[in-house]
Design a binder for this molecule. Structure first.
Ligand SMILES: Nc1ncnc2c1ncn2[C@@H]1O[C@H](COP(=O)(O)OP(=O)(O)OP(=O)(O)O)[C@@H](O)[C@H]1O
Ligand SMILES: [Mg+2]
Length: 238
């Protein structure tokens, strides 16, 4: 099976401080992979380097077999590498509908855009009911659904999600996990899920990478990682 994303030997520095180093990640085509780690571990930095919003100091990023290490963010999005960023980054004063359409700005296939809009409404019916509502007045959970839907509107081959569980109630988090699997299954979209919530991460993904202060400390199938001593200690109190 070929990989949609390959991160090789990635290092990112902010000024003189090293945020992440020697990071290797593979996401197989059609797979769901999770990257877990606590606050400041370097999860968002890794995703942002994949998207090109922070520069890679060292290393390579391959997308669908091609080297995109030096491509612009817009070019990466056009190729199908899409991020639903942490903290949602919606346009709060624009309607749900406008936010969704802004996800599709790199596209010109009108029928495809319409079809994906319908898919988003099937996935998250609340968005259809609230099309004209300003995004900033939606609840936290609804905004998270909108952020994921906006990612879908970009027609991703790989959808990267940065902590979709942030600030959500447990019942809503379970629902988000189900929706992530549904996107993967019905559209074949590969998913790279960054999470601190291991319940969501392990429920949705089949393979897991674990970051600790900028270093990859464990990787393996979700079953393996569940039983990994380092991970058990960090997340389940030993
Ligand atoms: N723009 C920046 N300038 C300087 N340092 C930064 C910048 N962004 C992140 N960092 C630092 O890099 C490290 C990794 O941060 P990052 O945001 O990637 O962590 P994270 O794993 O996403 O954490 P969280 O779970 O809290 O979102 C932290 O020490 C952070 O302070
Ligand atoms: Mg983060």
């Amino acid at each position: 099976m070929s990989n949609i994303l390959e991160v090789r030997g990635l290092k990112v520095m902010y000024g003189k401080s090293i945020a992440i180093h020697d990071i290797n990640i593979s996401v197989p085509e059609g797979g769901i992979v999770t990257l877990i780690g606590s606050n400041g571990a370097g999860k968002s930095t890794t995703l942002n380097a994949c998207l090109g919003t922070v520069p890679a100091t060292e290393g390579k990023i391959l997308f669908a077999g091609e080297d995109i290490t030096h491509a612009s963010t817009a070019e990466r999005v056009r190729r199908g590498l899409v991020l639903a960023p942490e903290g949602r980054h919606l346009f709060p004063y624009l309607s749900v509908q406008k936010n969704l359409l802004l996800g599709a700005t790199q596209r010109s296939d009108k029928e495809g855009i319409q079809r994906d809009m319908e898919f988003c409404f099937e996935l998250f019916p609340i968005l259809k009911d609230r099309l004209k509502q300003k995004a900033g007045t939606m609840s936290g959970g609804q905004q998270q659904m909108l952020a994921i839907a906006r990612g879908i509107m970009a027609n991703p081959k790989l959808l990267c999600l940065d902590e979709p569980s942030l600030g959500l109630a447990p019942a809503v988090i379970d629902d988000i996990g189900n929706k992530i699997r549904e996107i993967n299954q019905s559209k074949g979209t590969s998913i790279l899920l960054v999470e601190q919530n291991v319940h969501l991460a392990f429920g949705a993904a089949s393979y897991c990478y674990t970051l600790q202060v900028g270093e990859m400390v464990a990787e393996g199938s979700v079953e393996e990682i569940r039983n990994n001593d380092v991970v058990k200690k960090a997340y389940f109190g030993g």
